[in-house]
Design a protein around this ligand. Structure first.
Ligand code: ADP
Ligand code: DP6
Ligand code: CO
Length: 351
């Protein structure tokens, strides 16, 4: 008998970035972070896990059709082992359960967007893996408990087990048992919050997040300054979300993206995730905000050149209008609400 389960997980894009580990094995961060999880129907990973007594020994995983080696002490291996241990506890409690914990696994995962291009594929990917195994093993653990496991696959993945606005608390314990994700507010709290994804390049990045942040921890002095500032930003952005204060939310989001890319530049050798198109997107959004007389859009960039722009639903046509005017593509940017991208606001003038 084959037992199988499929789960999907969306990407999350951080407003307060995680960049640095105090423990590289357990993946404990140097600072707390906060993100917005996108809708399931856009950027997502879909993972199917199968367990069968008759499979040859050893677990195997295919990502987008290509096999990735599962090393028992590697990140995928650690996640699988932890979830297997939780399953065996259930099997000990109830002897009628099939002994899935003892059977080899075959796992297939697909991303419907560019992998390793700075659009958080490790977040949705590892969250989908944990969710599919938790379903296969019928585990009773809560999303926050599962986030402890996803975190050990890829730090940012712990936040993708929740929808809406999510914080990853850095925790203080050395075993990582309090370094977990929790909901700050559900998506329904602020349904007008929308994200526009600008794919500047779908190429695999030159420096992975894992090696980039390690180099920053080892060589950047500016990181210490960033670590002093982030706790205040976590407080302030949580309040902005609770009060639905878009200007405050946006201002902190842009500042923190720029702070993160500054510490990348302060790393030796320096890491450049933004390219000229990314920098032009920053200029266009800054000008859109200036000419609007208030902040109506926030850019943020993860470890790659691709922009995510947060804006309230009413301002999405203006954002799309600005992006389309300066970055015309063969395809009009997709407007999820069916509103035609309108002209730029009056007085809009990019110097
Ligand atoms: P990104 O910016 O896309 O998160 P990272 O450098 O953080 O890039 O991580 C990319 C790595 O995450 C991939 O090379 C792969 O090892 C892993 N990954 C991505 N998607 C999946 C998935 N669906 N299932 C398992 N692992 C994945
Ligand atoms: C810039 O979670 O991909 O996207 O824990 O080594 O797998 P690992 O790194 P990862 O780093 C994400 C960095 C970021 C910021 C963020 O998502 O908070
Ligand atoms: Co990643």
């Amino acid at each position: 008998m084959v037992y199988a389960a499929t789960a999907t997980a969306p990407v999350n894009i951080a407003c307060i970035k995680y960049w640095g580990k105090r423990d590289t094995k357990l993946i404990l961060p140097t600072n707390s972070s906060l993100s917005v999880t996108l809708d399931q129907d856009h950027l997502r990973s879909t993972t199917t896990s199968r367990a069968d007594e008759s499979f040859e020994k050893g677990d195997r995983l295919w990502l987008n059709g290509k096999e990735e080696v599962v090393k028992p002490d590697g990140r995928l291996g650690v996640c699988i082992t932890e979830l297997r241990n939780w399953r065996s506890i259930e099997e000990e409690k109830d002897s009628s359960l099939p002994k899935l914990s003892q059977w080899p696994l075959r796992i297939a995962s697909y991303n419907n967007f560019p992998t390793a291009a700075g659009l958080a594929s490790s977040a949705s990917g590892l969250a989908a893996l944990v969710a599919s195994l938790a379903r296969l093993y019928q585990l009773p653990q809560t999303p926050s408990q599962l986030s402890l496991i996803a975190r050990q696959g890829s730090g940012s993945a712990c936040r993708s087990l929740f929808g809406g606005f999510v914080a990853w608390r850095e925790g203080v314990k050395s075993d990582g048992s309090d370094s977990l994700a929790e909901e700050v507010a559900p998506q329904s709290h602020w349904p007008d919050m929308h994200a526009v994804i600008c794919v500047v390049s779908d190429a695999k990045k030159g420096t992975s997040s894992t090696s980039g942040m390690q180099r920053t921890v080892e060589t950047s002095t500016l990181l210490q300054e960033r670590l002093r500032i982030v706790p205040g930003r976590m407080e302030a952005i949580s309040t902005a979300i609770k009060e639905k204060n878009f200007e405050e939310f946006a201002s902190i989001t842009m500042k923190d993206s720029n702070s993160f890319h500054s510490v990348c530049l302060d790393t030796s050798p320096p890491i450049f995730y933004l390219n000229d198109v990314s920098k032009s997107i920053i200029a266009v959004i800054e000008e859109l905000n200036r000419s609007s007389g208030k902040i109506i859009a926030a850019y943020t960039f993860d470890a790659g050149p691709n922009a995510v722009i947060y804006a309230l639903k009413e301002n999405i046509p203006k954002v799309l209008g600005a992006i389309n005017r300066f970055f015309p593509t063969s395809e009009e940017p997709r407007d999820p609400f069916g509103i035609a991208a309108q002209d730029l606001p009056e007085g809009f003038d990019l110097k």
